[in-house]
Design a protein around this ligand. Structure first.
Ligand SMILES: Nc1ncnc2c1ncn2[C@@H]1O[C@H](COP(=O)(O)OP(=O)(O)O)[C@@H](O)[C@H]1O
Ligand SMILES: O=c1ccn([C@@H]2O[C@H](COP(=O)(O)OP(=O)(O)O)[C@@H](O)[C@H]2O)c(=O)[nH]1
Length: 244
């Protein structure tokens, strides 16, 4: 992602890791593949233990998406509320995995669910990050009609992260959807204006614009590639880096 060689000092002080809900499926039809869950949790912890503060946003596409429910006749707002609750379930699974691996982890939710996590507040989230917790920001933005990509860009800006990393089902941003066009070419680096102008579909427009306007670099990488997260944080060129 960056041409700069590895350093023993971490390149980043604080990152936000956006995990695809759908990628948590692994080879299953629904739910969460524990192998993927634990591998990603271990990689997030490894990065955190190397001295980088780690905030996390998890999608809910492995369980529910509001738009899909609305297509089948459900009220869109209720469908999106189900989608946001799906992100809370994934967040609980990730918190459990991180704690089982010996890490400290807080869930902060955009919707009030007191027994599960405290209500998200940026200043408190920053304190938890500074005191050695992984902080999972659950329930998206708390509003229907948004996505967890947008929630991730919002939280990353609020939490003053140096980098937003989207871990997804593809290994970067291509000039066309690589799942539909096998001849598509991957970018190592790209500007936000190019990504927005070319309507490259890997991240929704609202999230891209949020990153661009706040000069927050965005990395996109393959959630199934072991070691990719740590490599990016060491400054190695993995996936695609989008900058202003
Ligand atoms: N130009 C592109 N480059 C890479 N991926 C793309 C592109 N256009 C569309 N995609 C698709 O975007 C998907 C990732 O986005 P999304 O469905 O929001 O996933 P997530 O569940 O990770 O949020 C990939 O699976 C890929 O097929
Ligand atoms: O701020 C938000 C974030 C998410 N969602 C809902 O939660 C679902 C799951 O999130 P997403 O589709 O972003 O998950 P991913 O694609 O990352 O698995 C979405 O489809 C929406 O229905 C929402 O309503 N508001």
């Amino acid at each position: 992602m960056s041409a700069t060689p590895s350093h023993s000092e971490p390149r980043f002080r604080r990152i936000l890791l956006k995990l695809s809900g759908e990628a948590l499926l692994g080879n299953q039809d629904s739910g969460i593949d524990p192998e993927i869950l634990f591998r990603v949790a271990a990689e997030a912890l490894e990065v955190q233990q190397s001295g980088v503060q780690v905030a996390v946003v998890i999608g809910g596409g492995n369980l529910f998406r509001g738009a899909g429910l609305a297509e089948k006749g459900m009220d869109r707002v209720r469908g999106d509320q189900m989608g946001m609750l799906a992100t809370v379930m994934n967040s609980l699974a990730m918190q459990d995995a991180i704690e089982k691996l010996g890490g400290q982890c807080r869930i902060m939710t955009a919707l009030g669910i007191d027994q599960i996590g405290e209500r998200y507040a940026a200043h408190q989230a920053r304190r938890y990050l500074e005191s050695g917790n992984v902080v999972i920001c659950a329930a998206g933005t708390g509003n229907p009609f948004f996505t967890t990509d947008t929630a991730a860009s919002l939280r990353a800006v609020e939490l003053q992260c140096d980098l937003l990393l989207k871990a997804t089902k593809v290994d970067g941003i291509y000039d066309a959807d690589p799942k539909k066009n096998p001849a598509a070419k991957r970018f190592d680096r790209l500007s936000f204006s190019d990504a927005i102008q070319r309507q490259l579909g890997v991240m929704d427009l609202t999230a891209m614009v949020m990153c661009r306007d706040n000069k927050l670099p965005l990395g996109v990488f393959d959630m199934f590639a072991p070691g990719a997260l740590a490599a990016i944080v060491r400054g190695e060129s993995v996936g695609t880096l989008v900058e202003v």
